[in-house]
Design a binder for this molecule. Sequence first.
Ligand SMILES: *[C@@H]1O[C@H](CO)[C@@H](O)[C@H](O)[C@H]1NC(C)=O
Ligand SMILES: *[C@@H]1O[C@H](CO)[C@@H](O)[C@H](O)[C@H]1NC(C)=O
Length: 758
Amino acid sequence: MNSRLGAAIAAVIGILGLICAFDGSTLWSLSPPAALADSCPYGKSKGAEGGLYGSNRFHKPFGDDYFGEAGEELIQEMKALNIENYLRYLTSQGHMAGTKQDLEQAEYLQKLWLEQGLDQVKLQPYEVQLSHPNLEKPNKVYLIDEEGEVKFTSTIIEEPIDEVEYDDSIPPAFLAFSPAGTIITDELVYVNYGRYEDFQQVESMGIKIKDRVVIAKFGKIFRGDKVQNAQRFNASGVILYTDPQDYHPESDTGGAAYPNSFWLPGSGIQRGSIIWHDGDPTTPYYPSVDGAYRVPEEETDTPRIPAHTLSYNDARKLLVNMGGSEAPESWRGRLNITYRMGPKLARTGWKLKLEVNNIKRVVPTYNVIGMIRGSEEPDRYVMLGNHRDSWTFGSCDPSSATAVQIELVRSFGQLLEKGWRPRRSLVFASWGAGEYGFFGPWEWVEEYLKVFEMRTVAYLNVDLAIVYTYNLQISATPLLHKIIREATKKTPAPDKSLGYNTLWDHWTDRFRASSPALMDYNMASTSEHSPFYQRIGVPASYMVWEINFDELDWSDYPLYHTTFEDFNAMKNILDPEFRYHLSLGQLWGLMAIGLADAEILPMDLEDEITMLRRMLEGLQEEYGQALKERGLSLTHVERTIDGFADVARDFSSRIRKICDLPSLLARQLNDQIIALEKCYIDAEGSTYRPHMKNKMFGTDNFNQYSSWLAPAVRDALWQATHCQGPCHFQWQMVEKEIAALQYIINSALLTIKDIQNL
Ligand SMILES: *[C@@H]1O[C@H](CO)[C@@H](O)[C@H](O)[C@H]1NC(C)=O
Ligand SMILES: *[C@@H]1O[C@H](CO)[C@@H](O)[C@H](O)[C@H]1NC(C)=O
């Protein structure tokens, strides 16, 4: 040992010696003798003096107070009226990614955030491949009679109904990443919601899918998975439409549609992306920067068959012209027609023509990245992100959240003026091309991967603030569950006339009816958090105001991605006083303060243990029998989870017993905590989906909107249990992925183990 190193170690020991050094023999130990346990718990001594440190007047969070004075002031500072005004601006035009409005809003935000007091705001373009409709040749579906006369042509845009004009910022009907192509056929097959099992059922009715156009209802699963399923069954094209059953169930009983209710009018057309891989498809795994290698078009993992979207007024015209047997009762929608399976059109000689003219091009999309530098740990980041691009006016998706994010930045700017500065840095991200498949955040995470996987404490995502205002829906990786619970307890209830005092009261009271679990781990490919947990294992959360799932079973809200998602819909129907926007903004801000200001990160390892046990139970329940029949088991995984629980509890109790906390030790403990969920990243990726790197949280292979815990094991088990023949390879892959699951949990165990013992 050279002497300089020796001196450095002595200095470290000196610092650590400040901690509960009850006697000389425990100099290195963080654990006091049992008798003294909890006698000097971290937080109490300093908490009594208010935890004041630094030169500013703000009392920092300490002990059981996670938000300090900054939390109180932030709640006071935020105003619903400001959110309303920001939303009015943001929804004044369409702002689809890759358009001039996309750039305009990015520049507006950059300027505004600097004025509002952020220390730095970067406008960061990435050249990504996007798919746009051809304005000269809009996409259409036709019905042509035996004489060649066109009997029906689908509309390309909604009928304006609330005095809102549609200019060229509003794209005509299209599904992004549908390839261009024209199909003329006398066949059309009804496939219900286009789920994998729906296609299986159609084939079991004796109707082949191969080389035929299929028509499916939107809803239940992500639209891209419907197209992927059609492709799996070798269909030639896809038509998707919004059946009133899901988008206006009161239509046949005379119920009003928008603008007199939130139900979808007959001309509404849902736009959206059908790509099933997140990020720019031409640059998988790498950022879309100058010099990037672009995969040749024919090798990108994108839809190969044309797909288009119709309103229910238009879909009706096709459905009434279908032949074949009646659809099973449970498959029928809510149009007043006889739903038929096809495959032939009802009238001989009639033809269906599906024409898609979408254009793919590489264009810039813009991320706006703003920062408040931390006072003590500026190299640790708490990120708050939202995508900015919309399909049309985007009053729900995403601009309700963008408006909240702007008000949050303004309010943090006011706190900075008053002398507050967080311990860690806050990073605000406004992503471009989120709607296409989270391109902005994926390219950014790919570029900054080595920096941000190390430095990011948490990524707090809000995609859209408001779907409806019944109750909060929150998904998060376990490390964020605690701060969410604590922050909702501090956030005022959005509407006290409902009898709730805090957001916690509102959330927990209304939640109880529909589900036993307050928060889930549904970290699917639903939003911009996906690269953060899927690629770099950063603790991530997603939250939105939702409907009452006991009353309604929505997959999408009715006006979703149509032109009716405009400012009036928000102002007149969804959240007229913007109280629910405000409440979500306060929650978002408190979570950020709690994570940025606390000395020891407010993350509870008990939540991790709970998740691991649920993950195991889920696998046992679904596949326990199949594994047993094969002579396999999850015993090793279970033992590793037991070991993890012991080590996690030991870690937590060590923290509880700390009397004084030198910053080096705080840093060391925090680094152990934030390394934990990163252990779920396995560079190998899932056997069947190598791009899925997180082996704990991932997407359902058949529905990008839904999640799987232990997705790689589930992929392998699905393949093995759906395989015919000896299936030797498939079962080997099951064994391999179970071992990998054990490995990632054990890695998590090792990271939080007392550092003095390997
Ligand atoms: C689709 O076509 C491929 C290639 O011809 C074939 O291997 C596959 O079995 C077909 N799938 C179905 C579900 O028919
Ligand atoms: C449904 O259609 C039938 C036959 O076309 C018609 O008699 C009936 O009034 C319609 N019902 C509604 C609720 O529109």
